[in-house]
Design a binder for this molecule. Structure first.
Ligand code: 5AD
Ligand code: SF4
Length: 471
């Protein structure tokens, strides 16, 4: 049994990335006949999309979906490593599954996702969570049918995790969560190695899919009536750099836009790789949504350097100003407070950048040490008190929420296009998202789901808007 290894996961070679076409092995056909599955997903869009592939694989084996975890024959946890609380949630769920397994010894429990790539986690599962049947890594997803088959034959815990740079697997089966919005991976992994981040270790080397494979997928989505595609990557702006084919994200965005899906999105953008050509293309095509998620992480040059972010306050502002010129654009961000050694002065620099950028919204976090990353060593020497970090987070959120409300208030009395997603928790209300990815609630009927409608904004809050349908 091979355990994951952070030292191996850190390696970046010049080796060519292999493209592998997934092939279904008939030996495993029907092993899930009359059985049901439940997949629990934690973390980012990348994980959500992996779950769509996991469900596709499970259905190709004959399993059918069970919305009730307690009644399923196989439960898979697709985990996230980004912060400690994501770990805690998954371990909490593993505790619950232990009881389920006591009631139903035939239950198969699998763990995958980013946590499966961490040595410390896998060792803990092996020693303390013996009811887990198997652990499989982000690079081993395609091998799930074999794992399940072997576990049904003899039910010992198995670990199938490789700490490798990774390949590009094409043609995995997929069960999409939505009939009108789809995620499309364009680039896997990350080579940025920001010092706080575990992702380059859990997701492997930065590797782009071939443009033709992406376009084929988008064309099929268009044929099937999809209204929106989101191009996914840890850093989409690096798209193509590893391929030597002479194309980049601007070329890809342009080609995708021309397929004429009504809404094209892309996430996440690292400020380092954003080119003028990309900005030009985003402005030029109406169906490329005027929405950019541009993580700032910190507003202090000193901390940005310690984080290994490769930009400064000034260069970020310059890029920000260029993006702001795109008609109707909304810009959101991620910010970490309490990075090891962050002083009040550093933190004030972050607030200053928030005042400058006046983001439409932001995800904010307290720094969470990740085993094996460079910043975790700085954390050991950091004596900043937890209360101080919490207080900074509070002050930051107050400011962010203020600007969210302001930007939402500017939308009042105007009409926006909303892609309707579903029923809202309030009776008779529906919800959907603007082109700029803002949540809008309005009165409407269920037959609007999946359609793009005009809604006039009647009132703004920090996190959502209320509106009324314009007939
Ligand atoms: N601690 C806190 N936040 C983190 N992020 C990534 N790693 C950490 C960490 N160790 C945040 C970053 C990133 C977002 C997805 O999660 O802000 O952009
Ligand atoms: Fe993590 Fe930085 Fe890569 Fe984003 S760009 S996934 S924060 S290492």
């Amino acid at each position: 049994m091979q355990l994951p290894n952070l030292d191996n996961a850190r390696v970046r070679s010049k080796k060519e990335v292999k493209k592998i076409d997934y092939k279904f092995n008939n030996k495993y056909q029907n092993i899930g006949k009359n059985l049901t599955y439940h997949v629990k997903t934690y973390g980012c869009q990348m994980n959500e999309h992996d779950t769509e592939n996991i469900e596709g694989l499970l259905e190709s084996l004959g399993f059918s979906k069970n919305n009730e975890m307690e009644k399923a024959d196989i439960v898979i946890l697709n985990t996230c490593s980004i912060r400690e609380n994501a770990h805690n949630k998954a371990f909490g769920m593993l505790g619950r599954l232990k009881h389920l397994k006591e009631e139903n010894p035939n239950l198969i429990v699998g763990v995958c996702g980013c946590m499966a790539q961490e040595e410390v986690v896998v060792s803990e599962i092996l020693s303390k969570y013996r009811h887990v049947n198997f652990v499989f890594g982000t690079h081993n997803l395609y091998d799930l049918p074999r794992l399940i088959y072997e576990n049904m034959e003899n039910s010992k815990t198995k670990v199938l995790v490789e700490s490798i740079e990774g390949d590009v697997i094409e043609g995995l089966p997929v069960v999409r969560a939505s009939k009108f919005k789809a995620y499309v991976n364009i680039i896997y992994g990350c080579d940025k190695f920001c010092t706080y981040c575990i992702v380059p270790y859990t997701r492997g080397k930065q590797r782009s899919r071939k443009m033709e494979d992406i376009l084929d997928e988008v064309r099929k989505l268009k044929e099937n009536g999809y209204q929106e595609v989101t191009l996914l990557g840890q850093n989409v702006n690096a798209y193509g750099k590893d391929l030597d084919e002479g194309y980049d994200l601007s070329n890809l965005l342009e080609k995708v836009a021309k397929i004429n899906i009504p809404r094209v999105r892309f996430i996440t953008s690292h400020p380092w790789d954003f080119t003028d050509k990309m900005i030009e293309v985003i402005s030029k095509y109406e169906n490329i949504m005027p929405y950019v998620h541009l993580p700032l992480q910190s507003g202090s040059d000193r901390i940005l350097k310690l984080m290994g972010r490769r930009y400064t306050r000034e260069s970020y502002k310059k890029l920000f100003d260029k993006l702001k010129k795109i008609e109707g654009i909304s810009i959101t961000t991620d910010i970490i407070v309490g990075f090891p050694g962050e002083t009040e002065e550093d933190f004030l620099d972050t607030l200053d950048m928030v005042n400058y950028c006046q983001y439409d919204s932001a995800f904010t976090f307290i720094y969470s040490p990740r085993v094996g990353t460079p910043a975790a060593k700085l954390y050991e020497m950091d004596d900043t008190k937890e209360e101080v970090k919490e207080e900074r987070l509070y002050r930051l959120n107050e400011l962010i929420n203020n600007y969210s409300l302001l930007s939402n208030q500017k939308m009042e009395d105007k009409v926006y296009k909303i892609l309707v997603e579903g029923k809202s928790s309030k009776d008779g209300m529906m919800y959907g998202y603007t082109e700029t990815n803002k949540l809008v609630n309005f009165k409407g009927s269920e037959d609007l789901v999946g359609k793009i409608v005009d809604v006039k904004i009647t009132s703004a809050k920090s996190f959502s808007l209320d509106g009324e349908l314009v007939e």
